[in-house]
Design a protein around this ligand. Structure first.
Ligand SMILES: O=P(O)(O)OC[C@H]1O[C@H](O[C@H]2O[C@H](CO)[C@@H](O)[C@H](O)[C@H]2O)[C@H](O)[C@@H](O)[C@@H]1O
Length: 287
């Protein structure tokens, strides 16, 4: 359901004369007043969990998944949040947890949720997907079935994950995307018809597990004892995370597209601005 969608302002009052800002900090700019009020309320909570999707939320999209990096100002805002007590930051991604660790160069203390809620790395301890023998066989069979895929679909890339694969089509023309996705869906239907299939931005993903980012948020909430959660995400799979948020939490959509999140900003730059503002508000509570 698409509900009211207050939007962060874009470019309004940026770099106003006389407004001092620390190097690397996002430019000072007024946020949507409704969003700013919600951030101020959130900052007052006893234990705050700030859970952040990565690609499209902290990091702009790039052609090669291994090249994606968070905007420096987003990273700096996370650093500021990590300095405040009773505040936990988590990265929650469709990436495998190893890939997420590499791409984020995750700061000490940041909790990681990978593979859409199937993998966790909390305080240096890994919890891997509980693949039984049958699941493992299905992953192996899929690997075999997709072995020739990049040759049959030049430009398409396969990204391996512990419980499945992503078929990347960024940069292909519409016909090639259509053929690649059709072919991938056919292979999955033949080899692992029960697999979970997810559409993303220029990517088709499939997993022999059915965990969602909503499971990831529930687990993070239990683990941290968080009394309120900000979750920011840009893609369809982030709707699973928004769906488990409730009273007192703050769902924030990054970028275009339908969403159930009541707050929206235009993309990673504005997400960084929101996080910086939240860090300021949270620090001002004296924690
Ligand atoms: O849940 P997320 O952190 O948003 O991860 C979703 C997928 O992100 C990555 O793919 C996307 O970003 C790439 C780098 O910018 C881009 O090339 C690709 O087109 C996007 O779909 C990642 O590679 C996937 O594993 C994630 O599931």
């Amino acid at each position: 359901m698409v509900s009211r969608l207050p939007r962060g302002t874009r470019g309004r009052d940026d770099g106003a004369p006389g407004v001092a800002r620390a190097p690397g900090r996002p430019q000072v700019s007024a946020l949507d007043p409704g969003l700013d009020t919600a951030l101020a309320r959130l900052a007052e909570t006893e234990h705050l969990l700030v859970a952040l999707d990565f690609d499209g939320t902290l990091a702009p999209f790039v052609d090669r998944p291994e090249d994606a990096r968070a905007l420096p100002e987003a990273r700096l805002a996370v650093d500021r949040l990590l300095e405040v007590s009773h505040t936990t930051v988590a990265y929650v991604s469709g990436r495998a947890v190893d890939s997420l660790q590499l791409a984020t160069d995750a700061q000490q203390g940041v909790l990681l949720v990978g593979s859409h809620g199937a993998e966790y790395r909390f305080d240096g301890v890994d919890a891997h997907p509980p693949l039984d023998a049958e699941d493992s066989e299905r992953v192996t069979a899929l690997a075999r079935a997709f072995a020739g895929f990049p040759d049959e679909h030049p430009g398409a890339k396969i990204e391996r994950k512990p419980a499945g694969f992503a078929v990347h089509t960024r940069g292909l023309d519409a016909d090639a995307v259509f053929r690649a996705e059709n072919d991938a869906r056919r292979i999955i239907a033949d080899v692992a018809p029960d697999a979970t299939v997810r559409d993303g931005k220029n990517v088709l993903e499939f997993s022999v597990l059915s965990a969602t980012k909503g499971d990831g948020i529930d687990h993070l909430r239990d683990y941290t004892g968080a009394t309120a959660v900000l979750y920011a995400g840009d893609d369809v799979t982030d709707e699973d995370a928004f769906a488990v948020l409730g009273e007192g939490d703050l769902p924030l959509k990054s970028g275009e597209g339908p969403t159930m999140a009541p707050y929206r900003v235009s993309g990673p730059e504005e997400v960084a601005r929101v996080l910086d503002r939240l860090a300021t508000l949270r620090a001002a509570t004296g924690r």
